[in-house]
Design a binder for this molecule. Sequence first.
Ligand SMILES: NC(=O)C1=CN([C@@H]2O[C@H](COP(=O)(O)OP(=O)(O)OC[C@H]3O[C@@H](n4cnc5c(N)ncnc54)[C@H](OP(=O)(O)O)[C@@H]3O)[C@@H](O)[C@H]2O)C=CC1
Ligand SMILES: O=C1O[C@H](COP(=O)(O)O)[C@@H](O)[C@H](O)[C@H]1O
Length: 523
Amino acid sequence: MAALPTEEEKDAHVLKGAEQDKLLEGIPKDEWEKDSLYSLIILGASGDLAKKKIYPTLWSLYRDNLLPSNTIFVGYARSKLSIADLRKLFEPNCKIIEGQEAQFDAFIKQNVYIAGSYDKEEDFKKLHDELDERESKVKAGHRVFYLSLPPFVFDTATQHIRENCWGTRGWNRVVLEKPFGHDLESSRKLSSHLKKLFSEEEIYRIDHYLGKELVQNLLTLRFANRIFSPAWNNHHVASVLISFKEPIGTQGRGGYFDEYGIIRDIIQNHLMQIFCLAAMEKPVSLDAEDIRDEKVRVLRRIAPATIENSVLGQYLGNPNGKNEDEKTGYLEDPTVPKGSVTPTFAALVLKIDNERWEGVPWILRAGKALNERKAEIRVQFKNPDGDIMPGNATKRDELVIRFQPNEAIYLKMMTKTPNSHFGMEETELDLTYSKRYEGVVLAEAYQLLFLEILRGRQIHFVRNDELEQTWRIFTPLLHQIENEKIKPIDYEFGSRGPREADKLLAENNFVYTGTYKWPGPGK
Ligand SMILES: NC(=O)C1=CN([C@@H]2O[C@H](COP(=O)(O)OP(=O)(O)OC[C@H]3O[C@@H](n4cnc5c(N)ncnc54)[C@H](OP(=O)(O)O)[C@@H]3O)[C@@H](O)[C@H]2O)C=CC1
Ligand SMILES: O=C1O[C@H](COP(=O)(O)O)[C@@H](O)[C@H](O)[C@H]1O
């Protein structure tokens, strides 16, 4: 098998020609080049997300020449920072390779920083005046407001953006990062606040899993192939598992995580977006509203998650761990409140009450401090009816879509063992991306999503009513866990999570045999 590009190779990979064209498809490039100014305003520019994700993404888009030529990057935060200070914050995450230094300096020159609070009219006016002044020199000015802020300042910041900083010479778009509320009530409150300020077309709610290549491929796989369509229902599918695993703990930021827990952090958003794309009906078109209508329709057919159908876990330190993170249990993180019952692992079962899916368990599982980094969906098909093969040896077909790492789609299936009479074995149809798309470096989720915001295309963003539905499904369970202080089951850092989760899988028609052997790459 072709070797996967190493991290260094990926960083060194600068997009050219056809690669750029693919990413820019549908972008009105000549519009971009017209006499306009594009201001990408990062509120919370001094924060963790900004330095780890947003600025490095902006750099990579700039480096690959994927932005309008007249783009400025406007940082806004309370800290009084110079551009040099700001640069120091994010440069270590930008992965600049030899030869790119001058280009990075040019990128820095396009940066502006304004110190201001999130609740003062005059500070937002100062930001507005700065943008206005620049926009007055060109024909049009477009503004993207990226809120990389803690949720408690969302309300005031958005109010001031709308009242004191709204551009009048072009379009304005507001980008929000999760959490979009804490439960159904707070999410509704936030939504109604935003609704008063912006139209739904102006709001871009980011779920970065919607920017991942294989998540985006779910629509193509399902609706551009005849072969899956007839089998994608309760006549043929036995169960579905959507799984997220991470081998890192809270790394000293448990205080932040503790307010959310794994259900709010991963399941209610990332896994539910995957769920929607896998379970929904075919949309009438690829328009954002048609796709999002179908997502909402399937969500509306799900009853709230229950404690009886869930397994909750919390990790303990592993005395044999390789580093402090692995040795430190969740409750030993000094930033985590004593005796916290916040789950760091959850597996739960949802049922869809519609004609296509009635009776099929959809198992959603997510955990921190596990044995590996992996996000995937496994669709298990029922055994064939009237099996004539010898020895009841037929194993279930299983379609696996691995979103990360090492993106792949493989269908585990039975085949006749070569040269045998009716001997059978498990094998696979394998679409490993690094092999099939040798040398192709997949764009980062944030890169793709930024380009979508500039395009004004909302397919890969979360609509208000999707949020409402996902909170409806999880709020009763979340409240029960919190009100009754339901103690999660301990599991060791580096394990696969509580054993009870495998039991839940088995009870919900997910069959694990352990008999499938992959010969490994290229064999
Ligand atoms: N193109 C490619 O890159 C391909 C790679 N492969 C690789 O081959 C290997 C085996 O394939 P895979 O599809 O995972 O096959 P298996 O059916 O053997 O599944 C293995 C996975 O099942 C899970 N598991 C282990 N114990 C239990 C249990 N008691 N109950 C339920 N689940 C359990 C584990 O994952 P978890 O902890 O997540 O539950 C384990 O990794 C994998 O490493 C896979 O990545 C295979 C085909 C193609
Ligand atoms: O949103 C989040 O996602 C990350 C995992 O993202 P990935 O792209 O690396 O899979 C997770 O670590 C974090 O807790 C969560 O808030």
